[in-house]
Design a protein around this ligand. Structure first.
Ligand SMILES: NC(=O)c1ccc[n+]([C@@H]2O[C@H](COP(=O)([O-])OP(=O)(O)OC[C@H]3O[C@@H](n4cnc5c(N)ncnc54)[C@H](OP(=O)(O)O)[C@@H]3O)[C@@H](O)[C@H]2O)c1
Length: 233
């Protein structure tokens, strides 16, 4: 790899916001190491490498980290984006425990496991950005923009609130250790993807545009962002 080029890891680049983010970073001259569950995606670029990752499997996460290390060789990552996420209980109003387990495996446990293993490979002026959601905001529960009630899809909401606490605790820990890595959560907006559905008002490219701007900047660490403004936890 060319050591002068900046590098980003983005999970889940095969579709949705992750694909738009990968294309934005590639257009801006970054090397993108992206993941997909199949190990393939439907677009190519000289600076795009794809690694297989299933966030529900500790073995897959370990293998993904090893694959990324061999791509990086002696270079490091500038931006690590936890984009991959699952909405298992979209049509539920009650908490289905198995769906809660499945959701937490992807949105919290697998995401945190991957992030922890990647930290040694992230530059000290790097940035870890996790795609959270307004759905995980306790402070904004009465202002759900897609007309869902506060009790809809509880497993997803719980997972994103927990992911936000991971952002907060990791940011505090890295700051305490004197590490310069910034850690952020973002709400991308209600976005037209497989998860967001056809009625969503925002295109993935728009969400990718402002998330890119935040990711390449050095905002206050341990905060939750939406379109460049702080969002309530
Ligand atoms: N769309 C919205 O309105 C909205 C709103 C708020 C927050 N978000 C958050 O934004 C992020 C991206 O959402 P999206 O709308 O682009 O979702 P999406 O279109 O449903 O895509 C989900 C992505 O997550 C990956 N993924 C799912 N399960 C995985 C697993 N077990 N292991 C590894 N990767 C897995 C998928 O990979 P494969 O393609 O390989 O299956 C895919 O790339 C998510 O974290 C989501 O919670 C979205």
């Amino acid at each position: 790899m060319n050591n002068t080029q900046k590098t980003t890891i983005i999970t889940g680049v095969g579709r949705g916001i992750g694909k738009a983010l990968a294309q934005k970073f590639l257009n801006e001259g970054y090397v993108v190491i992206g993941t997909s569950q199949s190990g393939a995606v439907d677009f190519n670029h000289d600076n795009l490498k794809i690694v297989q990752l299933d966030l529900t499997s500790a073995d897959s996460i370990k293998k993904c980290v090893a694959d990324i290390s061999s791509i990086l060789k002696d270079s490091k990552i500038d931006i690590h984006i936890n984009n991959a996420g699952a909405l298992e209980d979209e049509d539920e109003t009650r908490l289905i425990v198995q769906k809660l387990r499945d959701t937490l495996e992807v949105n919290l446990i697998g995401t945190a496991d991957l992030t922890e293993q990647m930290i040694p490979q992230i530059n000290k002026d790097g940035h870890i950005v996790s795609l959270s959601s307004q759905a995980g905001s306790i402070g904004d529960m009465d202002n759900i923009e897609d007309s869902h009630e506060p009790y809809h899809y509880p497993a997803y909401k719980i997972s994103k609130a927990a992911l936000n606490m991971y952002t907060r605790t990791l940011a505090a820990r890295l700051h305490h250790e004197g590490d310069g890595i910034i850690v952020s959560s973002v709400h991308p907006g209600w976005v037209k993807t497989d998860m967001g559905g056809d009625e969503a008002p925002m295109l993935p490219e728009e969400a990718a545009g402002w998330i890119y701007k935040l990711a390449i900047s050095r905002p206050e660490t341990g905060q939750f962002w939406y379109k460049g403004e702080k969002y309530p936890w």
